[in-house]
Design a protein around this ligand. Structure first.
Ligand SMILES: C[S@@+](CC[C@H](N)C(=O)[O-])C[C@H]1O[C@@H](n2cnc3c(N)ncnc32)[C@H](O)[C@@H]1O
Length: 558
């Protein structure tokens, strides 16, 4: 459209469509847009708040234009994404592709490619499935192309998205997609599109897709697929973003402000893993999303004071931190140097070290906390205490202590309970800086934090080793953590793990409130005497105090 060269109007139309389609408990049907789309370089189109937005406010809901298998995937049913054991257990009666049964023939987005395959007279053969399932890579691009005729509005919205063909052309990725997608679709499925058009579609998918969990009907299983969410895709990336998204069971995405957003500020998402270090994030963004991130976190060698990538200096008696000398070098290969003695090492050495720890962690698995503790001990003199591998291990330990066999909560020793608490607290400290506000990880970690504290308080109560005021204070602290966990997780669908934890946390708060009420009324005999009582009892008595009368009066007063 000449008057809208940036195709912003179609995105606003998608907003209205998504609002009308969303369940009323998620967003009010009369919801007005609180943001606009503007072009700001170097971001391109981005979303800007048009009013002050409070933490937790819903910004928009988004529906997928289409979903489909990831580039590499298991053998799956194309309709419901269930994993299949054999390629020919059930084959679609129209196109001959593996499905899980007759009920899936017309389900989901399968009819899109089903007609295309049937029209081309192409049926997959057993041998096609031996090569790492490469033909699934072409499935989502094919679905997108089929929208051109079947759902032109969706096609128009899809076409309005960024493909970065100019940046991708000539790259390894382009060459791979030329073979696995373009030639496959043109050769086998006889798609009548130009190469450039198919590359535009694969580019749109590479730049904008979200990895999402799809529920397998009739089960509690889920499978990871790709989805195109146009409104989500309009948000720029930031390595410390201000929005939080939740995927509902029907694959609607609900996007809320994870912290307050000021009028005129960009609404931002993260395209990468927040709990990875600068080099890893920037590599992922450069090769996967085609830009160099220069945000405050990436520009700062300390990563906002967290030292998320820093190493400890090994020079005798130094005690400094080794950090990247120029984290914004596009090739990410600037040398690393100690901030005290200037001792230098290469970026390659740092990368090798990180990989070594990564492989050891993968070997260690997630069933035995002792294995992680051993790795942590091994690297404690090399990695900064807030290095991403250490924080990652603390995250795993915070979940393992209390959850894995042999380490269930009641079985934990006092030292292990304290360790769980320490891991949770250390993780929260990092999240406060890198991912403040509403986040799933914060919610889950707060939940993990509450359990050992509650157990500890109750144990002390049972053994009468705690004063009443300290006991009530500890219970209230636990209640506070549960409240915060609920606040972070209340947007998650009940069917998800996070949603389940939120429900449990909610029930725990109800019980805890009752317990606090009961504990308040319990007589002093159930507790250790308060400190002032102990002092009073241990204050030296004057001869006058030693009369029975005075002693009784004093005790009554307490
Ligand atoms: C999902 S799209 C976002 C919407 C895009 N700006 C548009 O106009 O369609 C991702 C692309 O936006 C741009 N982008 C997003 N975040 C950025 C950032 N922090 N710095 C520079 N470019 C960014 C990059 O071109 C990236 O490939």
């Amino acid at each position: 459209m000449a008057s809208d060269p940036q195709h912003i109007g179609v995105m606003y139309d998608w907003f209205k469509y998504s609002v009308t389609k969303a369940p009323p408990h998620v967003i009010d049907k009369k919801e007005k847009r609180k943001w606009k789309i503007e072009v700001i370089e170097p971001y391109g189109r981005c979303t800007i708040a048009t009013q002050d937005i409070k933490e937790g406010e819903v910004l928009f809901v988004d529906h997928p234009i289409v979903t489909g298998p990831k580039q590499t995937t298991d053998l799956i049913c194309l309709a419901c994404y269930r994993r299949l054991e054999d390629w020919d257990n059930y084959l679609c009666s129209t196109c001959g592709w593996p499905l899980c049964g007759v009920q899936c023939e017309g389900r989901g987005y399968h009819p899109l490619e089903c007609h295309a395959f049937a029209k081309a007279g192409y049926k997959p053969k057993k041998d096609d499935f031996s090569e790492a399932q490469y033909m699934y890579e072409a499935m989502l691009p094919l679905r997108c192309y089929c929208l051109k005729d079947s759902e032109p509005d969706k096609w128009e919205t899809l076409r309005a998205m960024e493909s970065h063909n100019d940046l991708r052309r000539g790259t390894e990725l382009w060459d791979r997609e030329q073979v696995n997608v373009v030639e496959y679709l043109r050769g086998k499925v006889k798609v009548d599109a130009e190469d450039e058009m198919i590359h535009t579609i694969t580019g749109i998918l590479d730049v904008n897709c979200h990895e999402v969990r799809s529920n397998i009907p009739g089960t509690r299983d889920q499978y990871l697929v790709r989805g195109v969410y146009p409104l989500c895709a309009m948000m720029s990336h930031l390595c410390s973003n201000n929005t939080h998204h939740t995927l509902m069971d029907d694959m609607t995405m609900v996007v809320i402000a994870s912290r307050p957003i000021k009028k005129g500020e960009q609404m931002t998402a993260t395209y990468t893993h927040l709990l990875s270090a600068t080099t890893e994030r920037r590599k992922h963004l450069r090769y996967g999303k085609f830009f160099d991130c220069v945000c405050d976190r990436c520009s700062d060698p300390t990563e906002m004071g967290t030292h998320f990538g820093s190493l400890k200096c090994s020079q005798p008696g130094c005690g400094g931190n080794i950090m990247c000398t120029d984290p914004l070098v596009p090739t990410n290969d600037a040398p690393w140097a100690c901030d005290k003695c200037r001792y230098q090492i290469s970026a390659l050495t740092v990368e090798r070290l990180n990989k070594m720890v990564y492989f050891e962690l993968r070997e260690a698995g997630d069933e035995d906390p002792n294995k992680l503790e051993a790795i942590m001990k091994k690297y404690q003199f090399v990695l900064h205490p807030q290095h991403f591998h250490i924080v990652g291990m603390k995250h795993s330990l915070s979940q393992m202590y209390g959850r894995v066999a042999g380490f269930l909560l009641p079985e934990l020793t006092q030292a292990q309970r304290l360790r769980k608490l320490e891991c949770c607290r250390d993780l929260l400290q990092v999240l406060d800086v890198l991912d403040p506000g509403i986040s799933r990880l914060r919610g889950l970690t707060l939940y993990e934090l509450h359990a050992p504290l509650l157990l500890q308080a109750n144990k002390a109560f049972q053994n009468t080793t705690i004063t009443k005021s300290a006991f009530l204070q500890q219970l209230q602290e636990v209640e506070g953590y549960l409240d915060q966990a609920i606040y972070c997780l209340k947007h998650e669908p009940v069917s998800s793990f996070e949603g389940e934890i939120c429900k449990i946390a909610y029930n725990s708060v109800v019980e805890l409130k009752k317990w606090i009420k009961t504990a308040t009324t319990l007589p002093a005999s159930h507790f250790l005497p308060e400190q002032h009582e102990q002092q009073a009892l241990s204050t030296p008595l004057s001869p006058e105090d030693l009369t029975l009368e005075t002693l009784l009066r004093k005790l009554e007063e307490q």
